[in-house]
Write a protein that binds this ligand. Structure first.
Ligand code: CP3
Length: 347
């Protein structure tokens, strides 16, 4: 069978037959097939068994008909070989056993080599590239700031107070940590591309907590290093964040051939700010998937109308699929995007 490459074409802003669509967190607990596997294995165990990770990666491709697969893994996996300890406690989200708070903590982080330390991730990619052959495979990592926030806080956070206290009070520690993470995450992404990832996404999910000037000073150079390392491998690079309305020009400067947009600003406004020399991905509110189909239809149509059929739009949500999302509504969005974009949408 011929590979469906409309996702890769759209990333390169080439014309496509219909708009490609995939979803962040398209594999996960909202799917019964995933829950069945999770009864037997923890999240980390799934990631550490390449055959199982490959199987979970394929579940949404089969069930939904999406135009891309995203490798099943987690942005926090590099924390394990760095020696910080990672656990996903039930209902609590990720927990880091040894958070980084001092310069000694930064220097105590172990040396990292992605190909050997996270071989199970690369093996999952190699299995998928050997068997997938229907849609392209996306690899990913967290951006330095988002990963640093977990490493400093010790887990999820609302205010990022420990992270910001380190930034503002002991910037030399923060910069040393970001420097280390930029090297680790660049190596991790490059290893995924070498293993066969055909595009990569850099998740800076919590970057919207920062002002533009703090982004420019504390984050941009480090994100740029990771994004440029991936771009040098000649694959599409998606740069994603949420709450980024004020950060988009700086995120563009940091890098990425595709910029991810959340739902807080209309897609056409976001694209205008970014400029048409980049592709965009987004931007349906994940909560819309809980609404009746009639409402979902309107919202999907509205996003496609705003994209104006311009080459370089990848349909996605503005953030990941939420737990308890009705699977039939997710499938409906795939079909609606394909159906509506097959005919030229009226502007
Ligand atoms: O998108 C996919 O289908 C690929 C798999 C994927 C996972 N995590 C698996 C996962 C991806 C791309 C991620 C990225 C990730 N992980 C991000 C960035 C994306 C985002 O949503 O902003 C972040 C911030 C993390 C860190 C993380 N992992 C958190 C905060 C949690 C707990 C949240 C929760 O829902 O409990 C996780 C756990 C996690 N990673 C799950 C999945 C499917 C939860 C399901 C489970 O426990 O089985």
């Amino acid at each position: 069978m011929e590979i469906n490459d409309r996702f890769l074409r759209a990333c390169r802003r080439e014309p496509v037959d219909i708009t490609p669509v995939w979803f962040m967190r398209q594999a996960g607990r909202y799917m019964a097939e995933y829950r069945a596997i999770r009864e037997k294995y923890s999240l980390i165990e799934i990631c550490q068994h390449p055959e199982i990770a490959a199987e979970v990666t394929m579940q949404p491709v089969r069930a939904l008909g999406v135009d891309a697969a995203i490798l099943f893994a987690d942005i926090l996996l590099p924390v394990i070989p760095l020696g910080l300890g990672l656990e996903f406690a039930k209902g609590e989200g990720p927990m880091i056993a040894s958070p980084v708070r001092t310069l000694d903590d930064v220097h105590a982080m172990k040396p990292f080599d992605a190909e050997s330390d996270l071989r199970y991730v690369m093996d999952a990619i190699r299995i998928l590239r050997g068997t997938l052959n229907v849609v392209p495979l996306i690899g990913f990592c967290g951006a330095p700031f988002t990963v640093a926030s977990y490493i400093i806080e010790g887990g999820s956070s609302r205010e990022f107070l420990k992270t910001k206290t380190m930034m503002y009070s002991t910037p030399e520690i923060f910069h040393a940590l970001m420097e280390k993470l930029a090297a680790v995450l660049s190596d991790y992404l490059v290893a995924q591309i070498r293993a066969g990832a055909q595009a990569v996404q850099v998740f800076d999910s919590w970057i919207g907590a920062l002002s533009p000037s703090d982004y420019e000073m504390f984050v941009l150079p480090y994100s740029q290093k990771v994004l440029k390392a991936a771009e040098a491998m000649n694959v599409p690079v998606i740069h994603f964040g949420t709450n980024t309305t004020m950060l988009l020009p700086l995120m563009k400067r940091a890098g990425g051939s595709v910029l991810g947009l959340d739902w807080r600003l209309p897609l056409d406004d976001g694209w205008r700010i970014i400029g048409y020399d980049r592709a965009v991905q987004g931007n349906l509110d994940p909560a819309i998937l809980f609404a009746p189909l009639s409402e979902i239809k309107k919202r999907v149509h509205d996003i496609l109308r705003r994209a104006e059929g311009r080459p370089g739009h990848i349909f996605n949500l503005g953030h990941g699929i939420l737990q308890h999302t009705p699977v039939d509504h997710v499938k409906a969005v795939v079909d609606l995007v394909h159906e509506y974009s097959a005919v030229k949408v009226e502007v």
